[in-house]
Design a protein around this ligand. Sequence first.
Ligand code: FAD
Ligand code: PHB
Length: 388
Amino acid sequence: MKRMRTQVGIVGAGPAGLVLSHLLHLSGIDSIVVENRSRDYVIGRVRAGVLEQGTVDLLVKNGLGERLLREGLRHGAIQLCFHGRRHRIDFDALTPGRAITVYGQNELVTDLIAARRASGRPVYFEVENVRVEDFDSDPRIRFRFENQEHEIACDFIAGCDGSHGVCRPSIPAETLRIFERDYPFAWLGILAAAAPSSDELVYALHERGFALFSMRSPSVTRLYLQCSPDEDVEAWSDERIWDELAARFENGDGWLPRRGAILQKGITGMRSVVVEPMRRGRLFLAGDAAHIVPPTGAKGLNLAVSDVSLLARAIAAYYHEGREDLLNTYSDECLRRVWRVQRFSGWMTSLLHRSSDEFDYRRQLAELDYVTSSRAAMTSLAENYTGL
Ligand code: FAD
Ligand code: PHB
């Protein structure tokens, strides 16, 4: 058995765990990160792409902005497409100074792993059988690495291990409340080797269902189609995907996504989950380990970053000022934002996804009509989308 000691043991090297490890490092606090996947797998996972203004500001302020500012695509608007028309929600006019930045989660995680390497502090990839124990008194993380048992003794454990991790299930179920909602649809997502045919994201509601146009770089387009949760991805040939996208983005001006080779396709289910509280003793949950939002609001990664920025501040106050108050208010502070984001993401989801109910569809079109014609309604969308 190899024994180690650190101040904060971090489970999960996704955005939450890696941003936390970086912020703690900048405050002079030691941590060890353990991750059960390989470095390449963690980097290669195709997921989020939209960063809120506050997320970008935080990353830049903490020295993670170099490539983000150079290669990230700043967007001052999004578009809503419905009933054969496209409308702009102009953030620059509605929420001056606040925009979104398109920067793939892959790129962000690449930068974060490089920053971690540069700090000289450890990340263990491809660990097995991770357990978190004794977090009410004397926290330990145990795991297998290179065929040897390891034990990390620490002051705090940060459970940043996503929605299928081990930290949350290790907390006695009777001490948690879990709020959940399933949605009756999923997204079929593709990455295509095609230059984006619009500089802005396009969210579409069509009689045939929702579609989303996004991008990753000047040569890669990212697209999503509403489908059923039990959809078989094999039933979607490349041609069928492009034809369906063309049908759903149909609008008066003839704009369509540019076609290209499909590099990757996958189905993502949609769920809302909130775990309360986000703490048990000296174990703190952050990011997807504590909450999941449907992707229509583009918020999951942003929430994860927001959680760990509060957690890093609370842990720094504990070590540097002997204060526990921020640790004690961590969960409530995070949850306030989490529920506001659940509200917004749920609203975007119900606004833009098609059910079989014709009454609902008419109501959605009326709501989109209102949202694209009332400055108050547009401002509300812009405020929430660029980040509260
Ligand atoms: P994760 O990224 O899930 O990281 C958790 C890490 O823990 C993983 O690396 C995992 O391998 C590791 N782990 C799990 N179990 C263990 C274990 N037992 N031991 C050790 N390690 C473990 N969000 C946005 O903000 N904007 C978007 O545009 C957006 N689009 C999305 C599109 C899609 C298709 C999907 C699926 C998600 C999207 N999201 C978006 C959500 C976003 O990707 C997640 O919210 C974000 O990844 C959460 O980060 P995290 O670090 O909390 O969790
Ligand atoms: C993405 O680019 O992957 C993306 C953009 C907006 C969303 C969700 C995902 O709402």
